[in-house]
Design a binder for this molecule. Structure first.
Ligand code: CA
Ligand code: CA
Length: 288
């Protein structure tokens, strides 16, 4: 603020502290404000001459200009571009990793934005269209919106201040598939007798997959005697009357393979066949 009279000079003052800057809006009017004091004083009765318009030629005939007691003041403001806003917790890019069992509405990251111009209103938006994530321009929270597909999800953000200055940032969310896991094939062997005639269950597959949107299917393969076995609803059986023969094959190697179409888990299972013992007569006397 200027308090002393300084006639016929140009007085320039800057607001050094940018935090005190204000954004100029459409319709704003430049003026001055002197609370409790007269507006720009000068000596009453002083005769002055003023030029018409804002430019004088040289030399200028001041005699052609009428004297007056009035005085004009010119004022203009030189505007600076203002401080830039920024998304302070996105150093251009931020990459986060999740498995595909992340729950809907999980908070991924709250953005933080700032601007040295304290009077600026900041608007923050997600400029990428995605059905997998939601972004609130009020809370600045990025959240999951549904079960995430595997792969990389890229979302761009922009913060804009009152003067239209902006900053951008990117969040990459890399989603990894939870593979299927077979839990119960640790022992992986069974033993049956070649004389077996009734349908017998050998094992039931216990498989899980943490992915929220995946469906797991399994299949059992074996190289020999496939027609003597059946697999249904995760359970594996030897059929009735399988006609097993120890001398032909005394071991089956099975492969259990479960897939969620993206990854698979594989376990082996071995079935051993034992020989059916011939009946013996242990109580017969040797002299018969
Ligand atoms: Ca600003
Ligand atoms: Ca999966």
């Amino acid at each position: 603020m200027r308090t002393d009279a300084e006639l016929d000079t140009t007085v320039t003052r800057s607001i050094a502290n940018s935090a005190q800057w204000i954004a100029v809006q459409n319709g704003d009017i430049l003026g001055w404000y002197t609370p409790g004091l007269p507006m720009v004083t000068y000596d009453n009765g002083q005769q002055v001459r003023k030029v018409a318009g804002s430019v004088v030629t040289s030399p200028y005939d001041w005699g052609s200009v009428a004297a007056t007691t009035g005085r004009d003041y010119g004022m203009h403001a030189v505007l600076s571009p203002g401080n830039l806003p920024s998304i302070t917790n996105l150093a251009t890019q931020l990459t986060l990793n999740y498995n595909d069992d992340v729950a809907t509405n999980t908070l991924v990251i709250p953005l933080t934005v700032s601007d040295a111009d304290i009077s600026d209103t900041l608007t923050t938006t997600m400029t990428t269209s995605t059905a997998y994530f939601t972004f609130s321009s009020t809370t600045l929270e990025l959240r999951t919106a549904q079960t995430l597909s595997i792969g990389t999800h890229t979302m761009n953000f922009r913060v804009t201040d009152t003067c239209g200055h902006s900053d951008t940032g990117t969040v990459n969310v890399i989603v990894t598939n939870n593979p299927p896991v077979i839990h119960n094939m640790a022992s992986a062997t069974a033993t049956i007798n070649e004389a077996l005639v009734v349908e017998t269950e050998l094992f039931a597959i216990n498989v899980t997959n943490a992915s929220a949107g995946d469906f797991v299917t399994c299949e059992v393969t074996l190289s020999l005697y496939a027609s003597r076995c059946k697999y249904k609803n995760m359970e594996f059986f030897v059929k009735d009357q399988p006609g097993l023969d120890y001398d032909t094959a005394n071991k089956y190697d099975l492969v259990i393979e479960c897939t969620d179409t993206k990854d698979e888990d594989t376990k082996g299972f071995t079935v051993y066949i034992t020989r059916n013992q011939q009946p013996s007569f242990d109580n017969l006397q040797s002299n018969y």
